[in-house]
Design a protein around this ligand. Sequence first.
Ligand SMILES: Cc1cc2nc3c(=O)[nH]c(=O)nc-3n(C[C@H](O)[C@H](O)[C@H](O)COP(=O)(O)OP(=O)(O)OC[C@H]3O[C@@H](n4cnc5c(N)ncnc54)[C@H](O)[C@@H]3O)c2cc1C
Length: 387
Amino acid sequence: MDFGLSEEQEAFRRSVADFARKELQKGDGEAAAVRRREKSGELYREGWDKCASFGIMGLPVPEAYGGLGRDIVDATIAMQTLGRHCLDAGLLFSISSHVFTCEIPLLLFGSEEQKQRYLPRMVRGEIIGCHAMTEPGAGSDAFSISTTAEKKGDRWVLRGGKTFTSNAPVADLLLVFATTDKKKGWAGVSGFLVDRGTPGLSVGKPLEKMGLKTSPTGEVTLEDVEVPLENVLGRVGQGSAIFNAEMEWERSCLFAIHLGAMQRQLDTCVAYAKDRVQFGKPIGSFQAVAHKLADMRLRIELAELALYKVAWLKANKKRAQMESAIAKLYVSEAFVQNSLDAVQVHGGYGYMTEYDVERDLRDAIGGKLYSGTSEIQRNIIASLLGL
Ligand SMILES: Cc1cc2nc3c(=O)[nH]c(=O)nc-3n(C[C@H](O)[C@H](O)[C@H](O)COP(=O)(O)OP(=O)(O)OC[C@H]3O[C@@H](n4cnc5c(N)ncnc54)[C@H](O)[C@@H]3O)c2cc1C
């Protein structure tokens, strides 16, 4: 058993860290820029383009389509490293939605023609992808969606509405899930590729959120949207297979961003605990504070083990249903707890926006909701235990 990174993986990690420090960090100005973008809710397009040029958008995509052709372990390393060195969690979340919930389904289920049509432009960051499953009446019970797709001659006609779709306000390609056969339940759901500008497709204004404010989220309305038959992703009725496959990727790579953020957060807290003096001593010398930092470190260790186990299983072509539910649940809850502790260690300064500590807490809470809530992860774990 080997818990270390290979020399090649370590060199890759260093190259991502160098890129992030040089291109995405702007010293003291970076934090102010993120705060400004949070107010306007705008996606950091310059950062998006830089990440695309470096190859982030093509991490898991084969070189034939312009990508880096890296496996899921390398993708996890890259996202963790970005999480550690880039303060704009919304940018990273948008990238993650684009790569892991739109490119990965295309890679795993797309026809050669579909891959050629979309992947090279997605890898170059020229077009933005999103994934539209959730509806006002269908969240955790994802396959109870009421958006329908009806076959009419050489077209599919889509009708319905989606909500909470990350990237929708800026997306050029929407992976829309619709039911093609209501009687079959989850087996009657299919995925469709819908281009921005298709008549009948409209996207609402960005929704205001607690955190991840620089990742635009929106509602999608489909009024008799016609797409050609060849825009079905995979086979008709394969929607649940697409959804489950991408979730395993997302539960490793997306949550690696949180792991990196927790590492950055701990570095900040340790430095603060050594520096801040009360009662004539650095606050880190008080056991109550030191133990908080020790617990934060403990959670990081366990989160890292859980995430890399999923990545290793997937890289070795094994199923990771149980392990990805455990990792998603643990990492998201650990990030919320570490963020609460980070605010507590910083005292009143942690509560003030200009010290950049409270933003992690706001960003972290979403992690307990998207990609299946904490309760749903516990349900998955329990059902795999046979309960
Ligand atoms: C920041 C963010 C980004 C998102 N991005 C996307 C996206 O890009 N694409 C997309 O399709 N969706 C996206 N979502 C939607 C997300 O997947 C849903 O919010 C999530 O699945 C929960 O659905 P819901 O919000 O309708 O809550 P509900 O399903 O209504 O749940 C409400 C509460 O009830 C609990 N609950 C529900 N059913 C059960 C049960 N059986 N057992 C125990 N507890 C239960 C839940 O855990 C939760 O606590 C995003 C959400 C957020 C917050």
